[in-house]
Design a protein around this ligand. Structure first.
Ligand code: GLY
Ligand code: MN
Ligand code: MN
Length: 417
């Protein structure tokens, strides 16, 4: 496995001019209460470059002024006592085996090693230090990268902080065959679990039981990882895009919108389906459903290299615009945006809303994106979203979610079984 990670690190360093450093933290689980921590979620860039999923590690890549690249991985020491309680930390040999990085150092030495490297570059001009400076929200707490950036800027006048985000996005946006194999696997386990849920569904069932049917099937398949918090929204609750309470009863005659996915090797599936709790769509539900389905078909027909996700989204809006009168929805001054208030695609990968440079993505072969038009009619208690995941090919795209029932007929058939 380690040749994959070695190749990714080489590629990242290939275009860099020395002297420079790249420094990526694996992260750590925040504390929840007293001695309990939240589950650990490894930094996706660290994982992409090392294949290791452990807390409190730092990857340090260096290109010196002669253009020579070296790699170091800083890890916590192996702890025999901890091993008896929760399993040991990773041994140096194992870290090398997974990542392909030969030089493993103790995390306690990180600052002094960094200091001596920076010291050794004095007089050689600016030393560029690449860190992941991403902040999702302006008020988000500093990450270790932000803290290190501030520290270096204060102490070392020859250091110039650079953001590694763009380099990582360019690489992670294009999926390799190895990555696609994991993504296909996630599609299959998600499909099996959706089928189990559809067959379990019945009127007056709590949303939570539907979620349980999905989770039970995943567990039976040996899968515990979800790409994100499962959404099971009955009736009007489906008009809240990220409803996650999943604790209400779904009544006879109502639709259920599910948005969920398993993860395989941390690669996400992101699937939405909408089905009638009693197994049969009404004429009105069918009318709305087929409009969303047609919008999805239009996007799937047009997604190919050279087109942007913004242009694909406009196709959905234009199609809905042409359907608004027939559906009786052009009323009370409402426009398409009152019934469809999100975008049709985002990049998918190690993160569910995966790394990308800007929201309006210019498609290229190897990119994986979602296709997820929706229509939400609050006054009728109807929310429909249909979401498939596709990979862009040389001249079009391939539907990774092809096996998951999608048409009215296929869904009714799956539920009748
Ligand atoms: N599950 C979140 C999304 O579809 O974007
Ligand atoms: Mn989704
Ligand atoms: Mn999505």
């Amino acid at each position: 496995m380690n040749s994959i990670y070695t190749a990714r690190r080489s590629k990242l360093m290939e275009n860099k001019q020395g002297p420079c450093l790249v420094c990526i933290f694996s992260g750590s689980a925040p504390m929840k209460s007293l001695d309990a921590a939240y589950p650990f979620y490894v930094d996706r860039n660290f994982y992409y470059l090392t294949g290791i999923e452990r807390e409190n590690m730092v990857l340090l890549l260096r290109k010196n002024h002669l253009g020579e690249v070296s790699e170091m991985l800083f890890i916590e020491p192996y702890d025999e006592v901890l091993a008896k309680w929760v399993g040991g930390r990773m041994r140096a040999g194992e870290a090398t085996e997974i990542s392909g990085i030969a030089t493993i150092r103790e995390i306690a030495d990180f600052n002094s090693v960094l200091n001596s490297i920076i010291d050794s570059t004095r007089g050689l001009g600016k030393l560029q230090v690449y860190l992941d400076m991403w902040r999702h929200r302006e008020d988000q707490a500093d990450t270790p990268a932000h803290t290190l950036a501030a520290h270096l800027q204060k102490r070392y006048p020859n250091v110039a902080i650079e953001d590694i985000f763009g380099d990582m996005a360019a690489m992670r946006l294009i999926k390799s065959e190895d990555e696609l194999a994991l993504m296909r696997k996630a599609q299959q386990t998600t499909c099996n679990a959706i089928l189990a849920m559809l067959q379990h569904a019945a009127p007056e069932m709590n949303e939570r039981e539907l979620e349980g049917a999905f989770d039970f099937s995943l567990m039976k398949q040996g899968v515990r990882d979800h790409a994100f918090g499962t959404i099971v929204a009955g009736g009007g609750r489906a008009t809240t895009l990220h409803y996650e309470n999943n604790d209400q009863v779904v009544h006879d005659g109502e639709l259920v919108l599910i948005d969920l996915g398993s993860a395989e090797g941390n690669y996400a599936a992101d699937i939405s389906r909408t089905f009638p709790i009693n197994g049969k769509f009404t004429d009105r539900q069918k009318e709305i459903y087929n409009t969303v389905l047609e919008a999805q078909n239009i996007v799937m027909k047009n997604a190919k290299p050279g087109i942007t996700t913004g242009a694909l989204n406009q196709m959905v809006i234009d199609y809905y615009e042409s359907r608004l009168d027939d559906l009786g929805l052009r009323k009370d001054g409402k426009t398409v945006r009152d019934y469809y208030y999100h975008g049709v695609s985002h990049s998918l990968g190690l993160d569910t809303h995966d790394i990308s440079t800007g929201r309006n993505i210019l498609l290229q072969p190897g990119m994986v994106i979602t296709v997820e038009p929706g229509m939400y009619i609050e006054e009728e208690g109807i929310g429909v979203r249909i979401e498939n995941d596709i990979v862009i090919t040389a001249d079009g795209n391939e539907d990774l979610s092809f096996m998951i029932p999608r048409t009215v007929e296929d869904i009714e058939k799956a539920m009748a079984k």
